[in-house]
Design a protein around this ligand. Structure first.
Ligand code: ADP
Length: 267
């Protein structure tokens, strides 16, 4: 009868409402956990260089080091840690702007070849200092895409700097090809590689492989999360493949913009 039917419907609706509230509560809890983890990470990352700065500057001001070489070593550490703090603060600022949707991209028709060559010239010296060979394989007929040239360079610079940092010998290849009317850009190195079980996390904020090892390289663990955000903002996707002690390849795919496609077609 009507009453029982109504009753059942009401119960169903109540059940669904309960479920929604449950889901909402769970999401809220997850959000709180991530926020808390984020701030715990920031505090940790800031505390470490500060501890070094405090300790070594105290030893020096108390005149506890007589040996000149030793003094220089401590001053170098102080300098490096100050630079690390600067980078950390810059990266955090950049990331927070992105997360709040507060960065403005100037989207224009990009010539990726120019961007690649420009960025490579910036890292040439660093690579030479480590005897790393930089190579390019830039195919003809690459589709034009819409993107922000400054941000695109930032992405590439980050990937190249990582490739140089985590490669001890061998080469880095930047490849640009066209696939299914998308632009595919890859940066491959013959470096240390990334353990398979760590691959799913490397785009996470503050994630670093073997924290102590990464410290020697002066990283913040924020570089790749910034790269991923910038790629997403420009409608692309990023993918990584790696083998320990063999090397790593980051592949970026950007779809050709429809309007540009028809422009190409008509020209
Ligand atoms: P970091 O500032 O520490 O380099 P990133 O977010 O740029 O932080 O990278 C995260 C971690 O991924 C690095 O600490 C490093 O261990 C690993 N990684 C990134 N790029 C490479 C690469 N080309 N080869 C090997 N490991 C890499």
């Amino acid at each position: 009868d009507w009453d029982t039917r109504l009753d059942i419907r009401q119960k169903d609706e109540m059940g669904m409402l309960g479920q929604s509230i449950n889901n909402l509560a769970q999401s809220l809890q997850r959000y709180r956990d991530t926020r808390q983890e984020f701030f715990a990470n920031i505090s940790h990352e800031l505390r470490t260089p500060i501890t070094y700065l405090e300790g070594y500057s105290k030893v020096l001001t108390d005149n506890l080091v007589e040996n000149e070489a030793e003094k220089k070593k401590y001053l170098t550490i102080i300098h490096q840690e100050a630079i690390r703090l600067q980078k950390l603060v810059d990266d955090l600022f950049e990331l927070s702007k992105m997360e709040e949707g507060k960065i403005e991209l100037t989207m224009e028709r990009l010539d990726m070849k120019d961007i690649i060559l420009n960025t490579l010239s910036k890292v040439k010296l660093k690579a030479e200092q480590k005897n790393i060979i930089l190579k390019t394989e830039l195919h003809q007929d690459i589709p034009f895409i819409l993107g922000d040239s400054y941000r695109m360079e930032q992405i590439l610079l980050n990937l190249l700097e990582n490739a140089i940092k985590y490669t001890d010998q061998g080469e880095i290849i930047v490849q640009l090809v066209s696939e299914n009317s998308s632009l595919v850009l890859s940066v491959s190195d013959t470096g240390q590689g990334i353990p398979e079980e760590e691959l799913p996390y490397i785009f996470d904020r503050f994630y670093r492989i073997e924290k102590s090892r990464s410290r020697d390289y002066g990283g913040t663990g924020l570089g790749l999360s910034i790269v991923k955000k910038l790629v997403d903002l420009q409608g692309g996707s990023i993918h990584v493949e790696s083998k320990l002690d063999v090397g790593t390849t980051f592949t970026l795919t950007f779809p050709q913009h429809e309007e540009l496609e028809s422009l190409e077609g008509s020209s």
